[in-house]
Design a protein around this ligand. Structure first.
Ligand SMILES: CC(C)(COP(=O)(O)OP(=O)(O)OC[C@H]1O[C@@H](n2cnc3c(N)ncnc32)[C@H](O)[C@@H]1OP(=O)(O)O)[C@@H](O)C(=O)NCCC(=O)NCCS
Length: 170
């Protein structure tokens, strides 16, 4: 299969934070952000693979900054690396400053999606060819994140997680 660039899967979701989506501190409820990120990442994985995709794992979420009621939230998702049937999707979350119009980074997350056929069996996806320095960094680190996720899910033995071991032995 021909490699594809991360930009080909780029997905941007912009929406407001409404009162029904907030916690008692009037900030965006974490589960609501997880759902929005899942949606954007799922579209990115589908754009990359042109297949049905399912969420296989949420590898990392960092709620670094709260997102106040009324904020305009922009979620940007791109496939950072593809393996055989699985794809790592990197998600960056930004909020607009109403007065300056500038965007500031609020959160980021990494999800894994798997492309499947109509019966739900995994199918192959095209590889990723990174183009920018950031895309290359995310691509390189994706292998150890995959190993960590598989070890935590009980699908890989820690002794086989070579990239992870190398990280701790540095
Ligand atoms: C995800 C799913 C398709 C994997 O199917 P499976 O029969 O376990 O298939 P495999 O073990 O061959 O895994 C398929 C791929 O998923 C990857 N994978 C599976 N679990 C993973 C995890 N926890 N973290 C990262 N990758 C994972 C495997 O590494 C493999 O990747 P590769 O083909 O690129 O090498 C299956 O578990 C499933 O359908 N889960 C439910 C998905 C769903 O409903 N999501 C919404 C939740 S509400």
């Amino acid at each position: 299969m021909q490699p594809k660039a991360p930009k080909e899967s780029k997905t941007i979701l912009t929406d407001l934070v409404l009162p029904s989506e907030t916690n008692p501190l009037n900030n965006l409820f974490g589960g609501e952000l997880l759902a929005r990120m899942d949606r954007a990442a799922g579209i990115a994985a589908r754009r990359h693979s042109r297949r049905i995709v399912v969420t296989a794992a949420v590898n990392h979420v960092s709620f670094g900054k709260s997102v106040p009621l009324g904020s305009v939230v922009t979620i940007e998702a791109k496939v950072s690396r593809a393996f055989k049937s699985s794809m790592e999707v990197f998600i960056d979350v930004w909020i607009d400053d109403r007065e300056s119009g500038l965007k500031s980074k609020a959160n980021e997350a990494i999800y894994t999606f798997v492309a499947v056929d109509e019966a739900g069996s995994p199918v192959p996806v095209p590889p990723i060819q990174p183009e920018t320095d950031l895309e290359q960094q995310r691509y390189d680190a994706a292998l150890r994140r995959r190993q960590l996720s598989l070890v935590l899910a009980g699908k890989m033995k820690p002794k086989d997680a070579t990239e992870l071991k190398a990280l701790f032995e540095e």
